[in-house]
Design a protein around this ligand. Structure first.
Ligand code: RAT
Ligand code: ZN
Length: 420
């Protein structure tokens, strides 16, 4: 009897939460998408959806030919092969495959026909600008953070030429090569007019690195600075990365009031033969992050960690340092089972003071599935949490739920970044 009563009183409440979660606009704080002014750098459409590196990793599990045979194919033939193997020869039930189907369905395409040529024809009739609006609307995303690297030879010239910005796209300054491959990066900075030395022994070099960071922060209007880190990253340490962080990156971020987003846990090129799909995951020693947060209380840090096994420790760390903001279920963690586990744990340990998800979309259309799938999980977790409260007689109002969901979907991040 008790259970039935609890169940029936839960239903309208559950619908209300679902409705708020579904209509709250999202600030997508980390993607690999570009302002449409970057033209071909903004990927969209069925072919790019299907050669997404998450799917490339999966197709190799079914192929017997040497890796090179796949890479030698023209892009459209790679796409055909992926479609055949992952959607026709097998059911597309992995998260990355299901994502393609969710996306096509949301765009109004009839997925049950399994007709790739017809899907291609539909996409060929779309215009990129209108498609951006449509995907953002279907995903319920109001702002997209790009990943902007001055070290990317395709991207850099666009910034140098200047262009009319699309206000829906915000910039984040990505500096992995500067911190992680200083030996190779120093000569590039020198070629670009910054007086730096490889040894990192002179004050001048750090000043010049800061000048480089200032120039690019200003040029792109960066809201934060970002680095992904190998799982064996340590701080403090007597290496280039630690010296550059302490001597240039952190002072720059402090001076500009910018958060430094750290993403530990990647093992790059575990299998280089599958190229972009070949990165793996490793357990990180989060003492590095702890040491940074403790030693630099005037710096703001953001973090997302790739290993599932690091998630609890990251939550504990976040409880200790208010200059740390955690975000997202990143890459291999962005599967419903783990998103649910991680989101539930974060809410239980941190309340609403974190950013629940980022899409990491590399293809515009992916916004649709990444956010539709996430909203479903978020709804389930939040229904559970508000129901637990309701059982004590604490009823959350519509406004309170809207406020809370808004925080998880970008509001807490915006407040954390606030330079005022
Ligand atoms: O999720 C991804 O697509 C990865 O390849 C990476 O881009 C990762 O998100 C990163 O930003 O390094
Ligand atoms: Zn990313």
């Amino acid at each position: 009897m008790k259970t039935i009563l609890a169940e029936t009183s839960r239903v309208p409440f559950a619908r209300q939460i679902e409705e708020v979660v579904n209509r709250t606009p999202i600030v997508d704080i980390h993607t690999h998408l570009y302002d449409p002014a970057f033209k071909s750098l903004l990927l969209w459409g069925i072919d790019d959806l299907l050669v997404y590196h998450y799917l490339v990793a999966e197709v190799f599990r079914y192929l017997k030919e040497p890796y090179e045979t796949f890479w030698a194919l023209p892009k459209q033939a790679q796409v055909d092969l992926i479609w055949d193997q992952l959607f026709i020869q097998h059911s597309p039930i992995s998260e990355a495959c299901r994502g393609v189907i969710t996306t096509l369905h949301a765009l109004g395409l009839d997925v049950k026909k399994r007709d790739l040529p017809a899907i291609r024809t539909w996409f060929a009739g779309q215009k990129p600008e209108a498609h951006v609006t449509r995907c953002m609307e279907l995903a319920g995303v109001k702002k997209i953070f790009m990943t902007n690297s001055p070290f990317d030879d395709a991207e850099r010239p666009v910034w140098e030429k200047r262009f009319q910005r699309d206000q829906r796209f915000a910039a984040a300054l990505r500096i992995d090569p500067l911190v992680l491959s200083w030996r190779e990066t120093a000569p590039r900075l020198a070629r670009w007019g910054y007086q730096v030395e490889k040894q990192l022994s002179s004050r001048k070099t750090f000043e010049e690195v800061k000048r480089f960071l200032r120039d690019w922060t200003k040029r792109i209007g960066a809201h934060y600075v970002m680095i992904s880190l190998p799982s064996d990253f340590q701080f403090p340490a007597k290496n280039h990365a630690a010296k550059l962080l302490e001597g240039a990156v952190l002072p720059h971020c402090r001076a500009e009031g910018l958060p430094l987003a750290l993403m530990p846990g990647v093992r790059r090129a575990v299998n280089p033969q599958i190229r972009l799909a070949g990165d793996g995951v490793g357990l990180s020693n989060l003492s590095a992050l702890q040491n940074l947060c403790a030693a630099f209380p005037d710096n703001k840090f953001m973090a997302t960690v790739l290993a599932r096994e690091n998630q609890h420790e990251l939550c504990v760390l976040t409880r200790k340092f208010r200059n740390l903001h955690i975000f997202g279920c990143w890459w291999f963690l962005n599967v419903p089972h783990l998103v649910e586990e991680i989101t539930r744990m974060r809410i239980e340990m941190l309340g609403l003071s974190f950013t629940a998800q980022h899409s990491d979309a590399r293809v515009l259309d992916q916004l649709i599935y990444k956010w539709q799938h996430f909203r479903k999980v978020a709804t389930e977790v939040l229904i559970e949490k508000y129901s637990d409260l309701a059982q004590t007689g604490w009823h959350s109002s519509q406004e309170e739920i809207e406020r809370d969901v808004g925080d998880l979907f970008g509001g807490a991040f915006e407040r954390f970044c606030d330079r005022g």
